[in-house]
Ligand binder design. Structure first.
Ligand code: ZN
Ligand code: ZN
Length: 351
């Protein structure tokens, strides 16, 4: 099969990703073998290619927003059948026995397995996933619209929960990429007013189109104090900026897996009056299932740019240079009647 893998991590301009042929994966007893149709492109893939996240093994295949069809099931796998459409997300395994797993916080597992970091991901024609960590994709989403939901969407949903946004509250969003544009749609659906601070003019125009009350530059001060804010841009300098924009008792959630250093904070101006600063670490499967149900109910409308399989490195270069508005998606298999940009209407569980 054809696959992309991380060769020598480094600046994306040095072409750290390599494409070539490698052997087809084989599903273990509790795994599914998936024929990948599309895979969303996440900023984490860029951090991995550039070495901000050290590769967990040599020549790992990136990609943790994969959508495809089950080709084969392992001997102990009965949850899915060949032909089922499934999604594969970032959390690819958890130990189930550590104190965090046992109390329901598997996102904090001591021995987690991440797709496209610990195990090979979806920048390949085939991949395997543990059946317990695969998701059914709601029929309302075509493959390329479903892909960004699997990380951008789920993480945005968890960040929204971590930000403790009250009903009808005022939410600030710093940075407006793939995850943020989905989170804004969720927040507006839940009755919030949304204030977007971001750099690119295209992203600002998307934010206005989605119904943001206010759209400004990254360091602009929103016209009202915020009940909650989410920092999506991987820029630590924005932490004090966002904290100062919060109302008393407000919460700032930092959504990214990687953040540049945070400058020193002043307790009085940045934190006092019970403002809170929280991180967001991966997600639980429960978050994923809750989110996909909400996404279908709204339904979320991801803005996507699709790249042919051969251009994964160009897609990451565009992501690094802020040239992508909304979500980027890698088309792994040519579009067919089942996976082109139309709602999925056949297969098990379809209406
Ligand atoms: Zn991701
Ligand atoms: Zn665990």
């Amino acid at each position: 099969m054809r696959a992309w893998w991380v060769g020598r991590p480094g600046a994306i301009s040095t072409r750290p990703l390599e494409m070539g042929e490698r052997g087809n994966p084989k599903p273990k007893a509790n795994e599914l073998l998936i024929d990948v149709s599309v895979c969303g492109i996440c900023r984490t893939d860029l951090h991995l290619a550039e070495g901000d996240l050290p590769p967990r093994h040599q020549h790992v295949v990136p990609g943790h927003e994969a959508v495809g069809v089950v080709l084969e099931t392992g001997t102990n796998s009965s949850t899915f059948q060949p032909g089922d459409r499934v999604g594969v997300a970032w959390l690819g395994g958890a130990c189930g026995t550590c104190p965090y797993c046992r109390r329901g916080d598997e996102n904090l597992c001591l021995a987690p397995v991440f797709t496209g970091w610990d195990r090979d991901g979806g920048y390949a024609e085939q991949m395997t996933v543990s059946q317990d960590f695969a998701y059914r994709i709601p029929d309302v989403f075509a493959d390329e619209k479903a892909a960004p939901l699997l990380c951008s969407g789920i993480i945005g949903y968890r960040a929204l929960k971590r930000a403790d946004l009250r009903p009808g509250g005022r939410l600030g969003i710093y940075g407006f990429g793939s995850s943020a544009h989905l989170t804004a749609q969720m927040a507006i659906h839940l009755g919030a007013s949304v204030f977007v601070m971001t750099r690119s003019e295209e992203a600002r125009s998307l934010a206005r189109g989605l119904g943001a009350e206010f759209v400004g530059g990254p360091y602009d001060v929103p016209p009202v104090l915020l009940d909650a804010a989410i920092l999506f841009a991987p820029v630590g300098d924005l932490v004090p900026v966002a904290l100062r924009a919060l109302d008393r008792g407000g919460t700032l959630a930092v959504a990214g897996i990687h953040l540049s250093d945070i400058p020193s904070l002043n307790y009085t101006t940045d934190l006092f009056y019970e403002r809170q600063l929280r991180s967001v670490t991966a997600n639980t499967r429960a978050d994923g299932h809750e989110f996909l149900a909400l996404a279908a109910e709204i339904p979320l409308a991801p803005t996507t740019t699709t790249y042919p399989f051969e251009e994964a490195d160009r897609a990451l270069d565009d992501l690094a240079a802020d040239r992508i508005t909304g979500s980027a998606v890698l088309r792994v298999r040519p579009a067919t009647a089942h996976n082109e940009a139309e709602p999925f209407t056949s297969g098990r569980g379809a209406a």
